[in-house]
Write a protein that binds this ligand. Structure first.
Ligand code: SAH
Length: 206
């Protein structure tokens, strides 16, 4: 998996490659699908959600430009796999998941792996997590119609927000927002397909 990330997908950040090598992805995948854990695809988890494709986990992590001092907010913890990858590199990870069962399971897997610098809570992540703001980096693992404004506000100057954004529920562009002294700079990092971001600054639940 790591050779493919490096050679086929061009992931370069050694910290990201090391994290992808170290976090046991099969631990986050439902038992019946475990033989496919290291394949080049997303996989279903419970509650109609997915564990993201390894490439997209690595690419989003690389775009966050983390180091050992980074404080990171993650929206859409799902299985907790991305949370564990972020925690391997960063100082502290605050993760939010709107589905209670997933949040509890993610937190329990993180603890079983003896990761102590990540915490998963259950609420609407489009509101951000103001109590721990500002953040060096924010990752959103679900696609919404717009960049959620509270998340941009909770970035430090120089901070990076990576978020899939698109006008339909099933296809997005991967957007990186960088907060500058005077405002925000936005970059487009290509097409992607995430499950919907549901919440006050996302899609409505239906
Ligand atoms: N990185 C995760 C991806 C999970 S899929 C993994 O690799 O396992 C995206 C997750 O975002 C889903 O679990 C979904 O429930 C969650 N989600 C959607 N809208 C959300 C919101 N407003 N706040 C928090 N989580 C949300």
């Amino acid at each position: 998996m790591v050779a493919r990330l490096r050679e086929h997908y061009g992931i370069r950040d050694p910290k990201v490659l090391e994290a992808m090598r170290s976090v046991p992805r099969h631990f986050f995948v439902p038992e019946a699908l475990q033989s496919r854990s290291y394949g080049d695809h997303a996989l279903p988890i419970s509650a109609n959600q997915t564990i993201s494709q390894p490439f997209i986990v690595a690419r989003m992590t690389e775009l966050l430009e983390l180091d050992g001092n980074s404080r990171v907010l993650e929206i859409g913890a799902g299985s907790g796999y991305q949370t564990a990858v972020l925690a391997f590199i960063a100082a502290q990870v605050y993760a939010i998941e709107r589905i209670g069962d997933l949040a509890r399971e993610a937190q329990s897997r993180i603890r079983q792996l003896e990761i102590y610098n990540a915490t998963v809570k259950c609420f609407d992540g489009t509101l951000g997590w103001a109590a721990n703001a500002p953040y060096d980096a924010i990752l959103v693992a679900a696609g919404g119609p717009i960049v959620p404004q509270p998340l941009a506000v909770q970035l430090k100057i120089g901070g990076r927000l990576v978020v899939p954004v698109g006008p339909a529920r099933d296809a997005q562009r991967l957007i990186r927002v960088v907060k500058t002294e005077t405002g925000y700079r936005e970059e487009d990092h290509g097409g992607c397909a995430f499950v919907p971001l549901i919440g006050q600054h996302g899609w409505r639940d239906h």
